[in-house]
Design a protein around this ligand. Structure first.
Ligand code: AMP
Ligand code: ZN
Length: 492
């Protein structure tokens, strides 16, 4: 089966396939780097990561481009206030963004396109639109897109634009909710602001033209897929379509994916509402990077997700269960043979896992059978009814699972360590949870005592307790290695 993904443009599930039969060319709107990203932003990036990874697992090649908006009103305003050039201002947040991507194990797209490095392409696109009579220059030297030049405007968000006033304009990057207006393609320079001297005048690009120009620069005039959060559907994506299709007379993107919001108490998580957490905030509160990742992807992308701390605790427990199970499989000494019920269950799980993701990336339904299998496997092991053939059937399945979910390898301590370093550098140690600080200061003696207790527990065949101690130490960044010569431990 191939993945059927909801397409905002057609309003139905459509198969997602590369038009050229080779690689899927996808563009996802990236961050505006005026501040740290919050977990709402990362929910969108994570869900796109799930898509990307599932396509790769299904054997498809992808060419994935993400932009970084490194010039806009807020960036200019904030850098002016800080008295530094915009490049210096955004550098910190670009770096932070990539660190957060890494902590959350979001795969890097094939191409990262920065707005400030693609100005000539944007200028060329404005010129093309001007030549087609779809762009006009205003007295102050700014350029606008004439909505009347694109009668199909509204086809993505299905907005009724009757009553729209010809020539009414907006020059801000953020619209009031429902107003469709001629929008800025290029903003004339104001005194003191960063600007580029170009053939269409001295100024800087509007947000919408950035994405059109960069998507077409790196992926060609017609994309297989364009993705972003649900708030981008209108006006941003609608405007991208208007600009691109007016310039090329080709369909800009065949498939549009919109990730629904992360909410807090029923409201959109956003900077302006002040109801947001960054991944760093959560790491400093003692949550693991893997748990943040799983919590943000476990609810399918097409459902809004009301964020709670409980969801992070649930994800933490779920990951523990998975990791412990895998450790039991890899460390266990199983007799040759097979348990037919486990073989059956493994086959069924593999099928259900793929089917759920093929069905519009239903992550919740993909997870459920995996946990069922873990339960069945654990029971079989406890009862001595689990064999080498069962292990060999389940391990590859866990690998496939992890190719998409990527939570099994424990790299959490590293992400937490980096967050702590950042807290130190930026004077945020007061935000660090006391338990986290305590864990960081676990003494060698305390570790020795726990390791000895674990050895005793193993001798007494109390494996649950032994595993528990191993996990506890692992959480605190201590790894235990069993060898012929005894037990060794080290700090990560
Ligand atoms: P920005 O950095 O504001 O341009 O946003 C980056 C991405 O995050 C965009 O795709 C937005 O649609 C998305 N986004 C913003 N807020 C949320 C939220 N609360 N939940 C999910 N996605 C969001
Ligand atoms: Zn965009």
């Amino acid at each position: 089966m191939t993945l059927r993904l909801f397409n905002t443009l057609t309003g139905q599930l459509d198969p997602l396939e590369p038009a050229d039969g080779k690689a899927l060319r996808m563009y996802a709107c990236g961050p505006t780097v005026y501040d740290y990203g919050h977990i709402g932003n990362f929910r969108t990036f994570l869900q796109v990561d799930v898509l990307r990874r599932f396509l790769l697992l299904s054997g498809m090649r992808v060419r994935h481009v993400m932009n970084i908006t490194d010039v806009d009103d807020k960036i200019i305003r904030n850098s002016l206030e800080a008295g530094i050039p915009i490049g210096e201002y955004t550098a910190r947040y670009v770096k932070a963004f990539f660190e957060d991507m890494e902590a959350l194990r979001i795969q890097r797209p094939e191409e990262i396109a920065r707005a400030t490095e693609n100005i000539p392409q944007m200028v060329a696109l404005v010129e093309k639109l001007a030549a087609a009579g779809a762009a006009y220059k205003t007295e102050d030297g700014s350029w606008y897109f004439r909505l009347a030049a694109f009668p199909e405007y509204g086809k993505l968000s299905k907005k009724d634009l009757s009553g729209m006033e010809d020539g009414a304009r907006v020059d801000v990057d953020e619209y009031e909710k429902d107003s469709a207006r001629d929008f800025a393609l290029w903003k004339a320079a104001k005194p003191g602001e960063t600007s580029w001297e170009t053939a269409i005048g001295n100024g800087r690009p509007g947000w919408h033209i950035e994405c059109s120009a960069m998507a077409m620069e790196y992926l060609g005039e017609s994309l297989d897929l364009h993705a972003g959060g649900e708030d981008l559907m209108f006006p941003h994506h609608e405007n991208e379509i208007a600009q691109s299709e007016t310039a090329t007379h080709k369909q800009f993107a065949r498939h549009w994916m919109h990730v629904r919001f992360l909410l807090v108490d029923g409201r959109k998580m956003s900077k302006s509402e002040g109801n947001f957490y960054t991944p760093r905030d959560l790491l400093l509160r003692g949550f693991k990077a893997s748990a943040i990742r799983l919590a943000l992807i476990a609810v399918p992308y097409r459902r809004q997700f009301n964020f709670t701390f409980d969801s992070l605790t649930d994800a933490t427990n779920a990951i523990d269960r998975l990791r412990t199970f895998r450790a039991r499989l890899t460390a266990g000494n199983f007799a040759t043979g097979e348990n037919s019920a486990i073989q059956e269950a493994a086959k069924k799980t593999a099928g259900e896992f793929r089917d759920a993701l093929d069905d519009d990336l239903n992550t919740a339904e993909a997870l459920a059978p995996v946990f069922e299998l873990v339960r069945a496997g654990n029971t079989a092991i406890d009862q001595g009814q689990f064999f080498a053939g069962d292990r060999d059937a389940i391990l590859p399945l866990l690998e496939d699972f992890d190719a998409v979910f990527d939570v099994l390898e424990d790299r959490d301590a590293e992400a937490t360590r980096r967050a702590l370093e950042w807290a130190k550098e930026t004077g945020r140690m007061a935000d660090v949870a006391p338990e986290l600080l305590a864990a960081q200061s676990l003494t060698d003696e305390a570790i020795e005592t726990l390791v000895a207790e674990r050895t005793a527990a193993k001798k007494a065949r109390n494996f649950a307790r032994a595993d528990q101690i191993r996990n506890e130490l692992a959480e605190k960044g201590v790894v235990i290695e069993d060898s012929k010569d005894g037990v060794r431990w080290k700090r990560k």
